[in-house]
Design a protein around this ligand. Sequence first.
Ligand code: ASP
Length: 313
Amino acid sequence: MFALAIHGGAGTIARASLLPADEKRYRSALEAALDTGYGMLRDGASALDSVEAVVRSLEDCPLFNAGRGAVFTHEGHHEMDAALMAGHTRRAGAVAGVRQVQNPIRAARLVMDQTEHVLLAYPGADELAREHGLPLQSPDYFFTQHRFDQLQEALREGRMRLDHSQATPAPVPDPNWKKGTVGAVARDAHGHLAAATSTGGMTNKRYARIGDTPLIGAGTWADARCAISCTGHGEYFIRAVAAYDVACLMEYKNLSLEEACRVVVHDKLGPDGGEGGLIAVDAAGNVTLPFNSDGMYRGSRTEGGEAMIAIYK
Ligand code: ASP
């Protein structure tokens, strides 16, 4: 039984503030990504190849804060983070702070397959992508007007923010605030698990700030028991070692996937102020997608089942 779950970020996504036309665009983008992964898994592709392909398709969509459409740093640049991990081998690859590579998740895969390292950062990571012929882009490619406007707003507020969260209180709901980090987790027909996550990080982040996404165990994790991809305020997820904590609760406390994820998202991250959520799949193909924010762009589909796409609580 194969299974797939995807996310497009969590945050202040209130029904009232999302225009019907925008909701439709998000839903179709999520649906297309879910179809890509589902089709691959059905045709026998590995969980790892499938999550990479799903994340790549979401990186190419300017609606989400990853690849094209990544948020701006304080200085007005894009610094993107991505990671993936294969559960049965525990092999992992990640990049942080890349500025040029069109698909950071492909660069993360290169780190895993072509180097003896796990995490490469900054120009060295873009350099690896260049060496292996991955497409690079100029800053214009990553520029989107609404992300730029988000930065101006965050600069005025003087704080870093989740790109899909509005200013609090939000004077006028702005449908452009609500897009996010992307991720996918899968169990393939061979029973192997994998997770992948990609992000532009947080709007107005300081130069060289690295979030939870590329840190194995914090924002991304896969082992033989579960595969996890997180989204939310990265600093909290790092301190909670959130993704790995799900695996630990399953291993050491014998919790089910659903219960372990609930504890991490609602009992640990939530009360601490760690806004966000995660998607998870276990070895039996169970899927869960909990979040403690107002909404999370998400979708899932298991073998032979219907596709589920949702945004709000
Ligand atoms: N977790 C990401 C970070 O902190 C942001 C997000 O999920 O939207 O970089």
